[in-house]
Design a protein around this ligand. Structure first.
Ligand SMILES: [Zn+2]
Length: 182
């Protein structure tokens, strides 16, 4: 090679070289949509409503702000690393992952589609919290994800993680996990 390029031109010396890829926030959202929840692999972190904000700075820095589902969940660092890796996989070199607890995560942020997948996975999706309603009508009761029976009872306040409760179905006798509504 003779060291010359076809471009011939030079970058202005007082301006940083543009990043190789001009990333759009929507591309970052798309990438994050394929990051699974570390505890429930059938749903992604965007399904769960954890990703609150994506910004792309002038210098190409991508900042992702997320809210962990429950402060008691042990997977916080896993989520943080997964987010960072997903953005790096887009060719972004400068990634900042921030977590925020304000406002706190609520099960209301879980998408409808994700609720259905939770149910198919065997986890009873959370009932709406009813926040903001003057009168809470028809709060969705916990239903057995296997047989659909409402004849269930809670057996423990805390499941394998602080996120979930353990139930048993009195119709089909199967134990199952349910989300706490928060
Ligand atoms: Zn059942």
């Amino acid at each position: 090679m003779n060291g010359r390029t076809a471009e011939g031109g030079r970058q202005k010396a007082d301006h940083p070289a543009p990043s190789a890829i001009s990333i759009q926030p929507s591309a970052v959202w798309d990438a994050l949509a394929s990051v699974p929840d570390p505890e429930i692999p059938v749903v992604s972190i965007t399904d769960m409503g954890m990703v609150r904000d994506v910004t792309v700075g002038d210098a190409g820095r991508v900042t992702v702000t997320f809210t962990p589902t429950f402060s008691g969940c042990p997977a916080l660092h896993v989520i943080r690393e997964s987010i960072e890796q997903a953005v790096r996989d887009l060719g972004v070199a400068d990634v900042e992952v921030r977590s925020t607890l304000t406002p706190p995560w609520t099960t209301d942020w879980i998408g409808d589609d994700a609720r259905e997948r939770l149910r198919q996975y065997g986890i009873a999706p959370p009932a709406p919290t009813g926040e903001g309603q003057l009168i809470q009508l028809d709060a969705e009761p916990t239903r057995c994800p296997r047989c659909g029976s409402l004849n269930v009872r809670m057996t423990a306040s805390f499941g394998p993680t602080l996120c979930k409760r353990m139930y048993v179905c009195d119709s089909c006798r199967e134990p199952f996990e349910g989300f706490k509504s928060v």
